[in-house]
Write a protein that binds this ligand. Structure first.
Ligand SMILES: [Zn+2]
Length: 464
């Protein structure tokens, strides 16, 4: 195996070319959600396959019912000893660029610009999400190959439908289970803590959703003729919603917190050391006081605690003017963010039982029958690949990698676990203000460079 210093030197030497190759990829408007760009998605997939094939990968464009996948394999020459095998996942499709008139330069004509703060940034749709990020590991492989050979077996899985819900991914993983099952997956589509502090995302919240209809009287009634004796279902629904949390912001559904663990001490300490400004976070959204569980910080509330939210409520008359209606029905949509070992089926059942128990005698509550969801994904922080990746990141940045959470979900991690039986390590080099999905998407040139060098180091660390 060539040594790490040679591979890092190759990465630096090739960096100008790496940026040009990223720009070539950004020039292809591979918008997956718009059928008018299907051929562009094909073109982007083909370009990646040609590029990886040129590096010596066995690479192919793999058709699906939607946009194609790119799969590529490469590894060190057989040496008799078992070489570990890792999957690297990214996506080459992008979000639509609308509204076009808000872009300072055209979205698919990438430019490198030094902004007023002195930072050089690449502008264009996909420069960060996820073309820039996926090119960090492609370029790291290029650096190793320039220095000799890859330190581990590498499989790239580059998807073309991530921005439109990944409809082909589950069938593709099932059909190619053997080919794609590795020791672990690395997913490069998340952020650093900040431009100087690397991060590994180890916690992703799960999600349960449900919609309810509360029915009171048989038909809509006149509030003058019936108001008083007739139960109003909006009142019953409001009472249910108000009962979901106690005065300390804690969810009151019995059994809701089963499977929710307290933060490990070391994690709590690391998060406290981030000096995250809660007041600034709240101010930026026009608020003052965190509304989650009392006594827990904002980061903990988002990364490590479950929630119950009402996302919409409707019923009766909502048009212009007044209508003295006493409605027959009221509706609401609910979602629950899950953490730890909370069981989505059990949460749904507990919510339904809780909601039924809140109903007065003359209201009945119906559930959509489509309620359900996914559990949280938590990679144990003592997972050896997390430890090695964190050490490699520290070598590159000179600072410890933050093991952070993400309040949202990244479904691919669950699919990799459930279908291919492997954990996902989420190492990303984005920044919170990259404006992914917005006009003027951008990516720090320095983050791109550090990302490439970090993967060079991580690949070496994985070989040990
Ligand atoms: Zn993405």
């Amino acid at each position: 195996m060539p040594d790490l210093a040679q591979a890092l030197a190759a990465a630096d030497r090739q960096f100008e070319g790496a940026r040009e190759r990223l720009f070539d990829l950004v020039r292809i408007p591979s918008i997956s959600t718009d059928p008018a760009h299907a051929a562009d998605c094909e073109r982007a997939a083909r370009k990646l396959v040609d590029d990886l094939g040129g590096l010596g990968f066995s690479a192919s464009v793999r058709p699906t019912a939607g946009r194609p996948m790119v799969v590529a394999h490469h590894g060190p020459k057989a040496s008799g000893k078992k070489v570990p095998h890792f999957l690297f996942y990214g996506h080459y499709d992008v979000q639509p660029a609308d509204p076009l008139d808000l872009w300072k330069t055209p979205p698919f004509e990438p430019v490198l610009r030094t902004d007023k703060d002195g930072v050089s940034r690449m502008y264009g749709r996909g420069t960060a999400d996820d073309k820039g990020q996926l090119m960090t590991f492609v370029e790291a492989a290029r650096a190793w190959l320039a220095a000799g050979e890859l330190p581990v077996r590498v499989t790239f899985l580059l998807e073309g439908e991530e921005e439109s819900g990944s409809p082909s991914l589950i069938p593709f993983l099932k059909a190619n289970k053997e080919e794609l099952s590795c020791d672990a997956a690395f997913v490069c589509d998340t952020n650093m803590w900040d431009a100087r502090t690397p991060a590994i995302t180890t916690r992703l919240r799960g999600l349960v959703h449900e919609e309810v209809t509360v029915t009171g009287p048989r038909v809509d009634l006149h509030s003058g003729m019936y108001g008083g004796p007739a139960m109003n279902p909006i009142r019953a629904l409001s009472r249910l919603i108000a009962a979901l949390h106690d005065r300390n912001g804690r969810v009151t559904i019995p059994g809701f917190y089963d499977g929710v663990a307290e933060l490990p001490k070391a994690t709590r300490k690391q998060w406290q050391a981030l000096k995250f400004s809660e007041s600034r976070f709240m101010r930026e959204i026009g608020l003052k006081a965190p509304a989650g569980e009392w006594g827990r910080g904002v980061l903990e509330q988002i990364w490590a605690r479950p929630t119950a939210e009402v996302n919409g409520i409707w019923g009766g008359y909502t048009g212009a003017g007044t209508k003295t209606v006493l409605p027959s029905k009221a509706h609401a949509k609910f979602t629950f963010r899950l953490v730890g070992k909370q069981d989505p089926k059990k949460i749904l059942r507990s919510f339904q039982a809780f909601a039924r128990a809140q109903m007065p005698v003359d209201c009945k509550i119906d559930f959509s029958g489509r309620g359900g969801g996914n559990p949280a994904t938590e990679i144990p922080e003592d997972n050896p690949f997390i430890g090695r990746s964190a050490a490699a990141l520290k070598d590159e940045f000179g600072r410890a990698a933050v093991l952070m959470g993400s309040g949202g979900s990244i479904p691919i991690c669950r699919y990799f676990k459930d279908i291919l039986g492997m954990d996902s390590i989420l190492v990303g080099f984005g920044l919170g203000d990259d404006a992914i999905h917005s006009p003027n998407e951008k990516y720090d040139l320095e983050s791109f460079r550090r990302g490439i060098r970090s993967w060079v180091r991580i690949m070496a660390a994985l070989a040990r």
